[in-house]
Design a protein around this ligand. Structure first.
Ligand SMILES: [Fe+2]
Length: 134
């Protein structure tokens, strides 16, 4: 089966410049995970997971500040994804799965999350007329 290309696409745009830039960086980090079996692989994987956590925090602060009604549910999904990623990192460490599988898993989860949950947030952001101060 052909694997999807790991990249951010304009289809994933949320319309908030900070969130979109963070999503692009997250996708870039996921794309950089390689399976060459050297120490850099684990570093890149950990960097991607760490950056995901940083990004979730930023997105949650934005939702909280704007009084986004679905904030608690959205934050719960972030926690779930973080737990799943950490579980996967452990499995990779124990040799129970490889980085190629990890990379596809993380990409699919992040892309699906953006396409469903973050685009709901995007619709909410569009209903606001004022520019958000950062
Ligand atoms: Fe999100």
């Amino acid at each position: 089966m052909e694997q999807p290309l790991i990249a951010w696409t304009p289809q994933l745009a949320v319309g908030d410049p900070t969130v979109d830039a963070q999503h692009q960086r997250l996708m870039d980090l996921i794309a950089r995970i390689t399976d060459t079996h050297d120490a850099r692989d684990a570093l890149t994987m950990n960097a991607a997971v760490e950056y995901a956590a940083t990004h979730f925090k930023a997105e949650e602060q934005l939702m909280n500040r704007l009084g986004y009604p679905a904030f608690p549910d959205h934050a719960r999904l972030h926690r779930q994804l973080t737990q799943n990623l950490l579980g996967y990192v452990k499995k990779v460490g124990k040799g129970e799965t490889d980085l190629r599988a990890f990379k596809q898993f993380m990409f699919k989860w992040v892309r699906d999350h953006i396409m469903v949950e973050d685009l709901k947030l995007a619709r909410f952001l569009r209903t606001r007329t004022t520019t958000v101060e950062r």
